[in-house]
Design a protein around this ligand. Structure first.
Ligand code: LHQ
Length: 261
């Protein structure tokens, strides 16, 4: 059984982390297959939204801790190699994909698994799901963008508490804190996440890509720089076919038929 399942239904590419007996923890093969799936999402015009989820009772438990010989007597590992070759490129790929990525968190999301969920554009979680910055429990710091995303999403006090204490945060609290988009009943999770993804895949894909870019840049830009960026990106948005279609549909009081062009 492949550790990543990929299927496309109309414009939505669904990617499922599929090592349920390991709570979908990452090993090198899973990283490689996920990279290929995201490359496909990037390259195929027919893919206009991505839905990322996990098989079984967990979304993802982060790095597979049973893969490596980490013990008091063993030679030390250089963890920067794994971050540099796998996790960091994954987070960059998710953020830089010029198409929306929805994450359906079906169960616990721990360690890098939690932060990969947060790297997606819209996070919908099942009511029974939870988020754990498990790193501090094993002497590490949040990686995969955790130290970037957490304070921006929930403020520095809550980010520090999550990172230092490594306690489970329920999906309900995560939604209330502004860490994720919304929480839904377990039975509704995939239907709701798919509906959001399908809705996005029918949208103005180029415009969505520009929204992602603008919001990403706002994390570090001054207002002046951001205003200039909005001007430049809006110029690009205004040149798309979908902008013309959107305005025409508005005037004609009909639903727009966006083509992602
Ligand atoms: C696992 C794992 C797991 C293997 C549960 N691996 N087996 C990047 C760069 C390089 C290196 C280091 O890391 C990183 C990034 C990271 O992600 S570091 C953080 C790694 N992840 C963790 O520390 C999470 C460890 N897991 C947990 O804290 C809990 O298992 C969670 C909160 C995920 C789930 O708790 P429970 O629902 O109570 O389940 P459980 O603890 O009973 O786990 C079920 C099984 O899954 C169990 O195996 P067993 O054979 O006893 O049934 C666990 O050993 C296994 N498992 N996480 N990451």
């Amino acid at each position: 059984m492949s550790s990543i399942l990929v299927s496309r239904e109309t414009g939505v590419l669904t990617i499922t982390l599929n090592r349920p007996d390991k709570l979908n923890a990452f090993n090198p093969e899973m990283h490689q297959l996920l990279r290929q799936a995201l490359e496909r999402a990037h390259d195929e015009d027919a893919v206009r939204a991505v839905l990322l989820t996990g098989a079984g009772r967990a979304f993802c438990a982060g790095q597979d801790l049973s893969e490596r010989n980490v013990s008091p007597g063993a030679a030390p590992l250089d963890l920067a190699i794994s971050l540099g070759s796998h996790y960091n490129p994954l987070v960059r790929r998710l953020r830089e994909l010029p198409k929306p990525v929805v994450c359906a968190v079906n169960g616990v999301a721990a360690g890098a698994g939690a932060n990969i969920a947060l790297a997606c554009d819209l996070v919908v979680a099942a009511r029974s799901a939870s988020f754990v910055q498990a790193f501090s429990k094993i002497g590490l710091l949040p990686d995969s963008g955790g130290t970037f995303f957490l304070p921006r999403l929930v403020g520095s006090a809550r980010a520090m508490g999550l990172a230092l204490l490594g306690e489970k945060l329920s999906a309900e609290d995560a939604a209330q804190w502004g860490l994720i988009w919304k929480v839904v009943d377990d039975a509704q999770l995939m239907a709701e996440a798919l509906a959001i993804s399908q809705n996005l895949s029918d949208g103005p894909t180029k415009g969505f890509g520009l929204i992602k870019k603008a919001l990403a840049m706002s994390a570090t830009n001054t207002l002046d720089a951001q205003l200039d960026l909005e001007r430049d990106l809006q110029r690009q948005a205004g040149f798309t076919e979908d902008y013309r279609e959107g305005v025409a549909a508005f005037k004609e009081k009909r639903k727009p038929a966006f083509k992602g062009k």
